[in-house]
Design a binder for this molecule. Structure first.
Ligand code: FES
Length: 567
């Protein structure tokens, strides 16, 4: 082991002469002005993701500097390198289409470049899942650092945070209770600092999941992006990465069936983003771990919602951090957790939770005997409309709609939706169920279009929620009685493609079912004429369309699932 190549000597370039390759590499490395002494050290790669199209990563240079400081102080050489960066709102058709591209980029650059461990710095929705997927497959000792959440802004005495309040104000603007001047003012007050969305959206949920899995240092998930402790966490992460070189702990030892179950518990207790289910499935899938919806529902039924943050409750991520953060939440969940899982430090969860807890703000992180809700925030559905499953965020929905039957109002795709949803002549009334087809992973990259707007005429009449169903996703910051991730999706011939205007649909959260009340023979007859859309002919989009899996498999590429280099 002592002679195993490390640092610059790892993975030499193939010229057919390794000594020459080593000589050439060191010569070129010298051109970066690094002393010979440092060039002989082990190397910590730092996967950094700054981008002029990613506001959430604006402080990335500060984090890279702080990680580098920690690495140097521990006797290794830090080497930052760029990968794809995905800024949620700057990507068309949707960032989800590019998560797997970033995962492949991360995996390949970890494997191709000479490093002994890697720090992954991400934050915005798809970046942390992509980095964890890539690192899981690369099999290199790895540690996750997140950029941290934004701090809140103010408007007329009200705290504002992206992006639950974006949606709230936009709904009021559509309903006519907020005018154009005010919405323009609010635009500048929603996202006022660097960092990820300020509520328990996808980025925050994935930050907490990374910590629950054991892939981040304890207590680092929720530190605000602008807090000095975020930089201290970065420095400590750099130091921990150097210890990882010694311990050789890889993601495979940390991300196990048990730690994935712990992460699902945390997801439920946070009432976190529905997107996290897809991402966690994809991360676990890289290591051959599956998450059956049946087990998911068992965990949901046993796990209370304990965290009172938007979009489900009242607080923001900065409140969660001040209230005690993940340490306080995990201690409250302790009886439900697997305690023999390990983190990047090789420490068991039991050891972490045996340490005394500090002050906890029980308004934000409830005790298990006084939960926000006794059941987990998310539930998987099954039924004739979704034979392979669908997801419903019950904590963010209207309980009076949990047992619903209504008439389908169908939109055949995203264009059809935007063209007709506000048409005053749209045949829609309270109690109807809105259905969006062809917005799944295969058809459209699975955009966050599942939060269908309430048709304008109903919104103006005061309607706040109605059942909406699609094969799309929904932003983690959104809310409503929304059935998502319907599988198989319409574009691969799922029953969703057979729904017609006027069909009856029944939703039962009690039975965990979503059913199309049409005879099976009639559904089969309608699907006979179904034709999938053609795949794009070239480039990444062609690869994506040919290989993307459905939501219950994590929307990963089929050739990457369970295919880890660390196997
Ligand atoms: Fe980046 Fe919300 S836009 S986390």
């Amino acid at each position: 082991m002592a002679n195993e190549p490390h640092g610059l000597d790892r993975g030499l370039t193939n010229y057919g002469d390794f000594d020459f390759a080593r000589f050439l590499r060191r010569s070129f490395a010298r051109s970066m002005g690094i002393s010979t002494g440092l060039l002989n050290k082990p190397i910590v790669g730092i996967a950094m993701t700054p981008s002029g199209f990613n506001n959430c990563h604006r402080y990335m240079p500060d984090l890279v500097e702080a990680v580098s400081r920690g690495v140097l102080a521990s006797g290794a050489l830090p080497r930052p390198f760029p990968t794809v960066s995905l800024g949620e709102v700057f990507l068309n058709p949707t960032s989800m289409m590019y998560r797997n591209l970033m995962a492949m980029d991360t995996e390949e650059m970890i494997g191709a470049q000479p490093m002994d461990a890697v720090v992954l710095i991400g934050g915005c929705d798809k970046t942390v899942p992509a980095q964890l997927m890539g690192a899981a497959s690369a099999g290199m000792p790895a540690i996750q650092l997140v950029t941290g959440p934004m701090s809140t802004g103010r408007h007329k005495g009200q705290r504002l945070g992206a992006c639950t309040d974006c949606r709230g104000f936009w709904a009021k603007y559509r309903a006519g209770s907020v005018d154009a001047e005010e919405i323009a003012t609010v635009e500048g007050r929603l996202s006022v600092t660097a960092g990820t969305c300020a509520v328990m959206g996808t980025a925050s949920t994935m930050a907490c999941i990374a910590e629950a899995l054991g892939m981040s240092l304890p207590g680092t998930a929720a530190i605000p992006a602008v807090h000095s402790d975020r930089l201290v966490a970065a420095e400590h992460t750099g130091m921990a990465a150097v210890r990882l070189i010694q311990s050789k702990i890889t993601p495979r030892q940390i991300i196990t069936e048990k730690s994935v179950e712990n992460a699902i518990r945390v997801l439920m207790a946070l009432s976190g983003s529905t997107n996290a289910i897809v991402h966690l499935t994809a991360i676990a899938g890289r290591l051959g771990i599956s998450i059956p919806y049946k087990r998911f529902n068992q965990i949901s039924d046993e796990t209370p919602v304990l965290v009172d943050l938007k979009p489900v409750g009242e607080g923001y991520m900065e409140d969660f951090h001040a209230a005690g953060g993940m340490g306080a939440l995990l201690r409250e969940l302790r009886p439900l957790l697997h305690l023999d899982t390990i983190d990047v430090e090789g420490r068991t969860l039991r050891e972490r939770l045996d340490e005394p807890v500090g002050w906890v703000d029980r308004k934000v992180i409830r005790s298990s005997d006084n939960p926000v809700s006794p059941l987990g925030g998310l539930v998987a559905l099954n039924g004739s409309l979704a034979p392979d499953g669908a997801i419903f965020k019950r904590a963010a929905a209207t309980p009076s709609l949990f047992e619903s039957e209504g008439r389908a109002v169908v939109f055949t795709g995203l264009e059809d939706l935007s063209e007709r949803i506000d048409d005053p002549n749209l045949d829609v009334k309270e109690g109807d169920i809105l259905v969006l087809q062809n917005a799944g992973p295969y058809a459209a990259g699975m955009p966050e279009a599942g939060y269908l707007p309430i048709p304008k005429k109903l919104a103006q009449a005061g309607l706040k929620d109605m059942v909406r169903i699609s094969d799309a996703r929904m932003s983690g910051t959104a809310f409503g009685s929304i059935v998502l991730h319907v599988a198989p999706e319409a574009a691969v011939g799922g029953p969703l493609a057979a729904v017609r205007n006027g069909d009856r649909i029944r939703l039962s959260i009690k039975e965990k079912r979503i059913d199309l009340l049409v005879e099976p023979g009639e559904i089969a007859q309608r699907l006979k004429t179904f034709k999938p859309p053609p795949a794009p002919e070239r480039g990444y989009k062609s690869l994506y369309r040919r290989t993307v899996t459905q939501a219950p498999q994590g929307c990963d590429f089929d050739f990457l699932v369970g295919n880890s280099a660390s196997a």
